[in-house]
Design a protein around this ligand. Structure first.
Ligand code: G1P
Length: 298
């Protein structure tokens, strides 16, 4: 079985849900406390043993490249001012030269298309895909949990979480087979079904380990839900030909593609932050006292 060494980060999306914040800044650079979303995803991949980082970007995303690059001026200034802690905070951002590739998705044709754009860099190896919008707070990084599962099952693995039935139209949804509560056999996948049509409430969260055959399926460039080239549809065609599992990961997932989810993530990460945790707690308590009880008249 080939080890998972490569990861794709689709970061070409426009981030319209966060306008005007994302007019001139990539949504992946939105900070949760003091780190941009994309850095959480890259650190998670790195902790899972990923060695090659492939960013599928688009116009207006150069801040992401700058973030993972050496900033001579900043570095120099911090050294001169003896800002050791600040220096440390940026020291780990530098990938080994040659480990990172940026390529452009020229047209926003969907997640499947973004992943397909990386096909020539992945070649015949398994590959991880991480969507930075899905931020996961856990003891063991989510992708690491998936790699460990992959070492037992092989094939394809998606991160899975149960959601309220009325939300199935936001996700790829599993038709589950054998299920031991943690590892679920995937018998089918549907992208964004209406709640009444959803085969279950077990949904795909933005972490994938995929076999290179996915690219042959994506080669078809067929459009699906929302008239986009869907990764879910390509994955569905691998079922039955290769092992395919969902992993109910340990951890809490925040939907940072959504304003409320993004605020929730900031609160959770602030509370757990070594510098500002106690302050964040005080702030929340104060707000709590000011809030009217749920359901009270305005
Ligand atoms: C994408 C995928 C969907 C998956 C979701 C997880 O949707 O298409 O299958 O469940 O990510 O966040 P998007 O959120 O880009 O609409």
């Amino acid at each position: 079985m080939k080890r998972v060494r490569k990861a794709i980060f689709p970061v070409g999306g426009l981030g319209t849900r966060f306008l005007p914040a994302t007019k001139a800044m990539p949504k992946e650079m939105l900070p949760v406390v003091d780190k941009p979303l994309i850095q959480y995803a890259v650190e998670e991949a790195s902790a899972a043993g990923i060695e090659d980082f492939i960013f599928v970007t688009g116009r207006g995303k150069s801040a992401i490249e700058d973030h993972f690059d050496y900033s001579h001026e900043l570095q120099q200034t911090l050294v001169e001012r003896n800002k050791t802690k600040e220096l440390e905070s940026i020291a780990n951002l530098l990938p080994v030269p040659g480990q990172v590739v940026y390529l452009r998705q020229q047209e926003p044709l969907g997640l499947g298309h973004a992943v397909w754009c990386a096909r020539r860099l992945v070649e015949d190896e398994p590959v991880a895909v991480l969507l930075a919008d899905d931020l996961i707070k856990s003891d063991t990084p989510c992708l690491k949990q998936m790699v460990e599962a992959y070492e037992r099952t092989g094939g394809n693995i998606v991160a899975v979480m149960d959601v309220p039935r009325e939300h199935t139209n936001r996700y790829g949804v599993l038709r589950p087979g054998r299920d031991d509560g943690r590892l679920v056999e995937v018998m089918g996948l549907v992208e964004k079904p209406k709640p009444a049509d959803a085969p279950s409430t077990a949904c795909v969260i933005g972490r994938y380990i995929l076999q290179p055959e996915i690219f042959r399926e994506l080669d078809r460039q067929e459009t699906g839900a929302g008239n986009e080239i869907q990764l879910t549809d390509a994955m569905a065609r691998l079922i039955g030909r290769q092992p395919f599992h969902g992993l109910r990961f340990e951890g809490r997932r925040f939907d940072c593609g959504d304003k409320a989810g993004f605020i929730e993530a900031n609160i959770a990460f602030a509370l757990a932050h070594p510098d500002i945790g106690p302050q964040a707690e005080d702030i929340l308590r104060r707000f709590g006292r000011e809030l009217k009880p749920a359901g009270a008249a305005a």
